[in-house]
Design a protein around this ligand. Structure first.
Ligand code: ATP
Ligand code: MG
Length: 222
């Protein structure tokens, strides 16, 4: 699967979710390449703290994205490529969207985050038209308060009104996600089978189901 974690807004949880998903896939025995396109190199630093077998993390310059992606996708070395983007709308965003099997758009349950998510969703639809590929996308609510609040109610109502497709799984505000960048441990290790670990496992299940649904379409196109 080619998974892109995208949002034009910073700090919404792109890198956290990308690292958690990529490491969980690798820990399950799949071969994963994570492309870190954010010049802050958050994920390259993270990967050095507690390297995981089967997970390669490569920090690349935006100008090299096309060739690096092509070489790795064609190499047959990887089952999945996860792409972590910077929180801005630049050319790599569009290049990554065009190659994605699924675009994951993290957003906090707030009005500005949902507006930005809407912008990225529009970008995905534009790229769909120009590439004639399906490119599904889903919003992922992140840093959600564990208790239901007026803000989360607003977010769900607003998403329904805007018609934005949403993952059933939401990522709750949990220390396991923050600690991942401190000690390198992914949530599926630090909270295996519970809390953040369970959220990531459920999220991956949803991701795989969405991508599997597209496959007959892709085969037809190919
Ligand atoms: N579910 C969560 N619970 C608690 N903290 C979280 C959660 N998701 C992300 N964070 C924290 O929020 C901060 C921003 O997350 P992250 O770096 O993943 O966002 P980003 O979208 O990649 O930001 P940028 O656009 O700057 O790259 C980090 O400190 C991260 O540890
Ligand atoms: Mg980031």
């Amino acid at each position: 699967m080619i998974l892109t974690f995208a949002s034009s807004k910073g700090g919404v949880g792109k890198s956290t979710t990308c690292a958690a998903v990529a490491s969980a896939l690798a820990l399950a025995g799949e071969r994963v390449l994570l492309l870190d396109l954010d010049q802050n190199r958050t994920l390259q630093r993270w990967s050095k703290k507690a390297p995981i077998d089967g997970l390669d993390v490569s920090a690349i310059e935006p100008k090299d994205f096309g060739s690096v992606f092509r070489d790795n996708a064609n190499s047959g070395e990887y089952d999945h490529i996860c792409i972590d983007l910077p929180g801005s709308r630049e050319v790599t965003l569009f290049k990554a969207l065009a190659r994605s099997d699924l675009v994951i758009i993290p957003a906090q349950a707030s009005e500005p985050d949902l507006r930005e998510a809407l912008v990225v969703a529009g970008d995905v639809r534009d790229v769909r038209e120009t590439t004639a590929r399906q490119i599904p996308y889903r919003l992922l609510l992140t840093k959600v308060y564990p208790l239901r609040t007026r803000v989360t109610d607003f977010a769900y109502a607003e998403l329904a009104r805007l018609g934005l497709p949403l993952f059933r799984t939401a990522l709750v505000e949990r220390s396991a996600y923050r600690e991942m960048f401190l000690n390198g441990q992914p949530p599926t290790v630090s909270e295996a089978g519970k809390g953040a670990g369970l959220e990531i496992t459920n999220l991956i299940e949803e991701i795989k189901a969405i991508v599997a649904e597209q496959e007959p379409e892709l085969r037809k196109a190919g």
